[in-house]
Ligand binder design. Structure first.
Ligand code: PBG
Ligand code: MG
Length: 332
C-alpha cells in the first residue's frame, strides 16, 4: 500500500534510533540465560589448552574452582562440568563412572564447597569412562540399552551424592530418565533436577568436545547413530521429548544448537516446558575459526547466535562463550 509516492508503512521508522530499537526488541538475553560448560583433569595448577577449541582448557580441580568463582562473579547461574580422563583410567565398561571418589565427583565436591549457590550440572553417560568412547557398555557389538541404564542410575546417584544439582542424562538410552528419577528418589535426592538431553542428534558438531574429553577416537564407522537421532528428523524429537517428560524430566536439552533451531522452536511451542539449547563445541569452533581469520566479528556473531536461541524459544543456553557474553552484558 502506498499513498501516492509514499509508503504507508515505514518499518524503518522504529529502527531509526537506539531507544526505539530497544523498545521494540522482542527478546532479551540476560546472564540468567547462560550455562557455562567446563572441563576438568587430574593434577594441580593445570590449564591445558584444547586445540580444537581455542580459549577453552582442561582445568585441574583447583583451577576449575577458580573458574567457578569467575562464573559466580559474573552472576552466571550454573556450570556444567565434564571430566577428561587419561586413557589409563578407562576400560570397556566405563567402570570409573562408579567410583564415588572419581575426578568428576571430587570436582563437584570442591566447587560446591567453595560456591554452594552455583548450580552444578553433570552429564550422565559413560563416554568419558569407556575406552571405545561410546555412551554405554557394548554387548554383541551393540550398545546395550538396559544394562547401561543400571550403570547410569548408579552414576547419577554418586554424582548427586557429591553435590550435583542437575543430572543431565546425555546417553540417549531408552527409558533412562524414568529409571534415574526412581534411583535418585530412592537415594533421597528427590530435589535433584533432571535436565535430559531429550533431543540429541548424531552430530558431526561434537568433534572438538570429543577431543576435549579425549573420547571417541574409536567409535566405529556408524558413530553413535544407533542411539543418537538422525539429523533428518524432527517429529521423532517431539516423540523423544514427550517420553522424557512422561518419565520425569524437569528440563529438556535440544542439541546441537544453531543447526536445530527448528527443533527447539517446536519443542518450546508444543510442550511449553523449560527448553535448553546446547551450542556445542563444533559451533563454538566454527565461530572462533572464522573470527581468528578475521572473516567474521566474534562478539557480534556470538551475540547474534544468542539472539537466535532466544527467538527460537530457548529458556537458557549452554555455551562455551558464557563468560564473554556475560562480560558484554554487564558492560551494557
Ligand atoms: N555424551 C556425552 C556428550 N555430552 C555433551 C557432548 C557434546 C558437547 C559438545 O560438543 O560441546 C557429548 C558428546 C557426544 O555425545 O558424543
Ligand atoms: Mg529417549
Amino acid at each position: 500500500m502506498s499513498r501516492g509516492q509514499f509508503p504507508s508503512t515505514r518499518m524503518r521508522r522504529n529502527r531509526m534510533q537506539s531507544f526505539s530499537r530497544r523498545l521494540m526488541a522482542e527478546t532479551n538475553l540476560t546472564v540468567d540465560d547462560l550455562i557455562w560448560p567446563m572441563f576438568v583433569v587430574e593434577g594441580q595448577a593445570i590449564d591445558e589448552p584444547i586445540a580444537s577449541m581455542p580459549g577453552q582448557y582442561r582445568h585441574s580441580i583447583d583451577r576449575l574452582v577458580a573458574k567457578a568463582g569467575e562464573a559466580v562473579g559474573l552472576s552466571i547461574p550454573a556450570i556444567a562440568i565434564f571430566p577428561a580422563l587419561d586413557s589409563s583410567m578407562k576400560d570397556a565398561d566405563g567402570t570409573g563412572a562408579l567410583d564415588g571418589n572419581n575426578l568428576i565427583c571430587r570436582a563437584v565436591r570442591a566447587v560446591k564447597d567453595a560456591y554452594p549457590d552455583l548450580g552444578i550440572i553433570c552429564d550422565v553417560a559413560l563416554d568419558p569412562f569407556t575406552d571405545h568412547g561410546h555412551d554405554g557398555v557394548i554387548r554383541d557389538g551393540m550398545v546395550a540399552n538396559d544394562e547401561t541404564i543400571d550403570i547410569l542410575c548408579q552414576q547419577a546417584v554418586l554424582q548427586a551424592d557429591a553435590g550435583c544439582d542437575i543430572i543431565a542424562p546425555s546417553d540417549m538410552m531408552d527409558g533412562r530418565v524414568g529409571a534415574i528419577r526412581t534411583a535418585l528418589d530412592h537415594a533421597g535426592h528427590q530435589n535433584v533436577i533432571i535436565m535430559s538431553y531429550a533431543a540429541k542428534y548424531a552430530s558431526a558438531f561434537y568433534g572438538p568436545f570429543r577431543e576435549a574429553v579425549k573420547a571417541g577416537v574409536s567409535l566405529g564407522s556408524t558413530g553413535k547413530s544407533s542411539y543418537q537421532m538422525d539429523p533428518a528428523n524432527s517429529d521423532e524429537a517431539m516423540h523423544e521429548i514427550g517420553l522424557d517428560l512422561q518419565e520425569g524430566a524437569d528440563m529438556v536439552i535440544i542439541k546441537p544448537g544453531m543447526p536445530y533451531l527448528d527443533v527447539l522452536n517446536r519443542a518450546k511451542t508444543e510442550f511449553g516446558v523449560p527448553c535448553i539449547a546446547y551450542q556445542v563445541s563444533g559451533e563454538y569452533a566454527m565461530i572462533l575459526a572464522a573470527a581468528e581469520n578475521g572473516w567474521i566479528d566474534q562478539d557480534r556473531s556470538m551475540m547474534e547466535s544468542m539472539a537466535a536461541f532466544k527467538r527460537a524459544g530457548a529458556d537458557a543456553v549452554i555455551t562455551y562463550f558464557a563468560p564473554q557474553i556475560a562480560t558484554i552484558l554487564h558492560s551494557k
